[in-house]
Design a protein around this ligand. Structure first.
Ligand code: AMP
Length: 173
């Protein structure tokens, strides 16, 4: 496992879901136990002693990484979902995507006042999704202690809009 390179398990799919997008497919990484374990541990590690109360994971691929990160840190998971999916009372925030726009929602009682949150997702692109999630955490009374993503598309400069936060990415393109 020592010389495993996580980037070897990311498949680049040109023109998906539409022309001009270089889609970063994480299914090879999810399908390999060593790569998956390496990724989960590397996402958790910087925040292991940061007193995190909850992992906030973003639909849908963020769930796949967020849940094992939460288990690794010994804490629970809060899902952030597309509009209309969560059954209880929600807060909502509109956001812009690299491709399209949408609304993200979180249960109003998902975090206790002052909860220290780590947000997890697969890819940081323009960061519209991440900014909306930060806003949701703060609306619910939480504090964003960190942001952990598997992949950062640095050429889109999403990081520049998140300078107030401790953002860690494992693979940078
Ligand atoms: P953004 O809001 O532009 O930062 O987009 C981030 C969200 O869209 C993440 O939840 C990703 O899953 C997804 N996403 C955006 N661009 C890509 C890409 N090139 N490859 C894979 N997923 C992407």
């Amino acid at each position: 496992m020592g010389d495993l390179r996580m980037e070897d398990f990311i498949r680049n799919v040109p023109d998906f879901p539409k022309e001009g997008i270089q889609f970063k497919d994480i299914t090879p990484l999810l399908g390999n136990p060593d790569a998956l374990e390496t990724a989960v541990k590397a996402l958790s590690e910087p925040f292991r002693d940061a007193g995190i109360d909850a992992v906030v994971a973003i639909e849908a691929r963020g769930f796949l990484l967020g849940a094992p990160v939460a288990m690794d840190l010994g804490i629970g998971l809060v899902p952030v979902r597309k509009a209309g999916k969560l059954p209880w009372h929600t807060y909502g925030v509109d956001y812009a995507l690299e491709y399209g726009s949408a609304t993200l929602e979180m249960h109003q009682d998902a975090l206790k006042e002052g909860s220290r949150a780590l947000i997890v997702d697969d890819v940081l692109a323009t960061s519209g999704t991440m900014q909306a999630t930060v806003e949701l955490v703060e609306k619910c009374g939480g504090t964003v202690v960190g942001i952990a993503v598997l992949i950062e598309l640095a050429f889109l400069k999403g990081r520049d809009k998140l300078t107030d936060y401790d953002l860690r990415s494992l693979i940078v393109y």
